[in-house]
Ligand binder design. Structure first.
Ligand code: DAH
Length: 357
């Protein structure tokens, strides 16, 4: 009998195959072990071939022994293959997993600080029952000037101050202030009117650190029966407190605007030093240049000429109006020295200021 076919030799061939399969750490290693222990040149294959050389009566017995070993080997091979495939599938799931919660490498935006501050102002007024009104940025001269009582020769109508829309004589300008929204509101709304109007305005100014041909204003208008300057003062003080903190007040000084009479310059008490820097011996203040007050905008009692232009009876109704620069408000608040930062779209600026404006 060929030694290959002895029970001991077959068992050792089987044990070697089982050990090799168990030791295979990957499907590739298993494939190599398979070639060595199941392939044409393996001991088991050779034993099978050797059966042919046996005398007839021994063939059946030897064939049975080889088959038992061959089945054990192929069963072990299959079991190990299944094990290794499961391991591989689990590893691939981990290695190729996509974490859908990871944020894409896209810069996160923020609301523009001017949007935030104009919303904050609007909120203060909406809380008092006022409405938000808007008007077009390309405005007719009648709304921007005439109805607001600007005379035909007022300097604001000159080319060097106002951006006119071509062709010459179109009657259209880029609005120079938000005050035309006063006129539009009075013409389209039922009285009484309480509106706050934030928006972009344009002037023929060259761009530098403190001037921009485009900037932001907010306008306020109230027209009702029995409105006095006391209402104006109270409203502005409330706005100052809501925006800059408890105790911050406003001050008005005589001035001239065609659409209000009387008219006043509006100052905000410095929210940093609260006026202390202007007192004798006070610490100097960077925010107000030790003035104690910051120029904030203009205001006044609505000129009866404006009411008449809008079809409102000045004998029955009176009102107040105010307007202030939003860029300016933010510049003071955050110590911004260059107005261009608002309009250059640098995300670092928007992100730094957007939420706290
Ligand atoms: N429209 C003025 C400007 O742009 C600001 C202003 C002044 C608005 C007085 C008003 C006001 O409503 O009453 O300079």
């Amino acid at each position: 009998m060929s030694d290959l076919l002895s029970p001991a030799s077959l068992e050792s061939a089987r044990d070697a195959a089982l050990a090799a399969f168990a030791a295979a750490g990957s499907l590739d290693a298993l494939a190599a072990a398979r070639t060595a222990h199941v392939g044409d040149r393996s001991l088991v294959a050779q034993a099978r071939k050797a059966i042919g050389g046996l005398p007839g009566p021994e063939k059946a017995e030897a064939g049975k022994r080889v088959n038992v070993v061959a089945q054990a080997v192929s069963a072990a091979l299959e079991a190990r293959r299944v094990e290794l495939e499961v391991e591989r599938d689990e590893r691939v799931l981990v290695e190729e997993a996509v974490d859908v919660t990871v944020l894409p490498p896209r810069p996160v935006g923020a609301r523009h600080p001017l949007t935030t501050v104009s919303d904050r102002v609007a909120d203060v007024f909406v809380a008092m029952g006022w409405e938000v009104a808007e008007g077009p940025e390309v405005e007719h001269e009648w709304f921007n000037f005439d109805a607001l009582n600007f005379g035909g020769d007022h300097p604001a109508r000159e080319m060097q101050d106002t951006l006119f829309v071509e062709p010459a004589g179109s009657g259209l300008v880029l609005r120079t202030h938000t005050s035309p929204v006063q006129v539009r509101s009075l013409l389209t709304r039922e009285l009484p009117v309480y509106v706050v109007c934030p928006g972009r305005v344009y002037r023929a100014d060259a761009l530098d650190a403190t001037h921009s041909p485009v900037f932001a204003q907010v306008e306020g208008l109230c027209v009702d029966e029995g409105i006095t300057m006391a209402h104006l003062r109270g409203t502005l003080d409330h706005l100052a407190t809501a925006m800059f903190g408890e105790g911050i007040t406003t001050r008005i000084r005589p001035n001239y605007f065609p659409f209000t009479e009387p008219s006043a310059e509006l100052d905000l008490q410095c929210f940093r030093c609260r006026g202390a820097s202007a007192e004798p011996g006070g610490e100097p203040c960077r925010v107000c240049s030790s003035e104690g007050w910051i120029e904030w905008g203009g205001c006044g009692m609505v000129n009866p000429a404006v009411l008449r232009a809008c079809g409102v009876d000045p004998e029955r109704y009176s009102g107040f109006a105010f307007g202030m620069g939003l860029d300016r408000t933010l510049m003071f608040r955050h110590g911004i020295t260059d107005i261009r930062d608002f309009y250059e779209g640098d995300q670092r600026f928007t992100l730094a200021l957007g939420q706290e404006a």
